[in-house]
Design a protein around this ligand. Structure first.
Ligand code: BV8
Ligand code: ZN
Length: 240
């Protein structure tokens, strides 16, 4: 059996999740499907350049994902993460790269969606996100106020993450110091700056755990512990 993290009453937990946490709910991962969509690289479709080149193609990509995500449910991995938060309270923080909304539906509250949210839309100019589960296969929606193009409230490749999100995470890591236990779960660790969180956690004295079905060798080399397995099966035991 794998090593087990030791949670004390001083422990502070930061969790970074990626697509692997939603895989058992039936949401395809990025690199599992070799990151292609309609023969295009995801980086091309999920980017400002892709949106400028053909906003309809991008809205089709996100509309398909809205349809898909609306049909799936949180899995025991999401529930175990929400359960740990319930026990630790403000000694817990979740940073998710996932946009599918499953963590929130599992009860996670102390959560930062660092790559945006699939079920939110915003006007390119007004920039105020609003809840939106609609799909747009045949039109590019326009803003009622300024006629600007509406876009998914997603952080695309080449776009900055919300600086206040990164600051909140950084403050949590620094304040925790050697009381920090950092878990990266279901992520290939290829996308920055999220992939750099393990380095910050280690620099400030944190203990780093990677939980992944098929850990990336390079990413795994930066962790103290690597637990190989399906998050839905491993987490309920790991966080017991
Ligand atoms: C930025 C929204 C710069 C889209 C996403 C260095 C510094 C800064 C930036 C860069 C840099 N180097 C390169 C860059 C550019 C780029 C980048 O990192 N590119 C990579 C591809 C090389 N970074 C950016 O563009 C970021 N922006 O910093 O811009 C900048 C600087 C100044 C001024 C202006 C700009 C923006 C990154 C955000 C991009 N948006 N998502 C969408 O979702 O539609 S990223 C996208 O990939 C998703 O969010 C996804 O979550 C994320 C990462 O993928 P993973 O979650 O890891 O999923 P993956 O499929 O890869 O892996 C799944 C894992 O699960 C696998 O390991 C598998 O084994 C495991 N698994 C499978 N099943 C299970 C499982 N594990 C457990 N249980 C299972 N059952
Ligand atoms: Zn507008």
């Amino acid at each position: 059996m794998n090593a087990h993290p030791v949670f004390t009453e001083r422990s502070k937990v930061l969790i970074l999740t990626g697509a692997g946490v939603s895989a058992e709910s039936g949401v395809p991962t990025f690199r599992g499907t070799n990151g292609l969509w309609e023969g295009r690289r995801v980086e091309e479709v999920a980017s400002p350049e892709g949106f400028d080149a053909d906003a309809q193609v991008v809205w089709r990509f996100y509309s398909l994902r809205r349809d898909g995500a609306a049909k799936v449910n949180p899995n025991p991995g999401h529930l175990a993460i929400a359960g740990l938060e319930a026990r630790l309270g403000d000694r817990f923080l979740l940073a998710t790269q996932n946009v599918d909304g499953l963590h929130a539906r599992a009860g996670s509250k102390r959560m930062i969606c660092i790559h945006g949210e699939l079920f939110k839309t915003r006007c390119e100019r007004c920039n105020v996100p609003f809840d939106d589960a609609k799909t747009y296969f045949d039109t590019v929606p326009r803003c009622e106020t300024c006629e600007g193009r509406l876009r998914p409230h997603i952080v695309w490749f080449g776009e900055m993450l919300n600086p206040s999100h990164l600051e909140t995470i950084d403050d949590f890591i620094r304040a925790a110091g050697s009381d920090l236990i950092f878990f990266a779960i279901g992520t290939s660790g290829q996308v920055y700056p999220a992939a750099g969180l393990v380095d910050a956690a280690r620099n400030w004295g944190g203990q780093c755990w990677l939980v992944d079905l098929d850990p990336s060798v390079e990413y795994a080399s930066r962790f103290d512990h690597v637990v190989r397995g399906k998050s839905g099966e491993v987490l309920p035991e790991l966080f017991r």
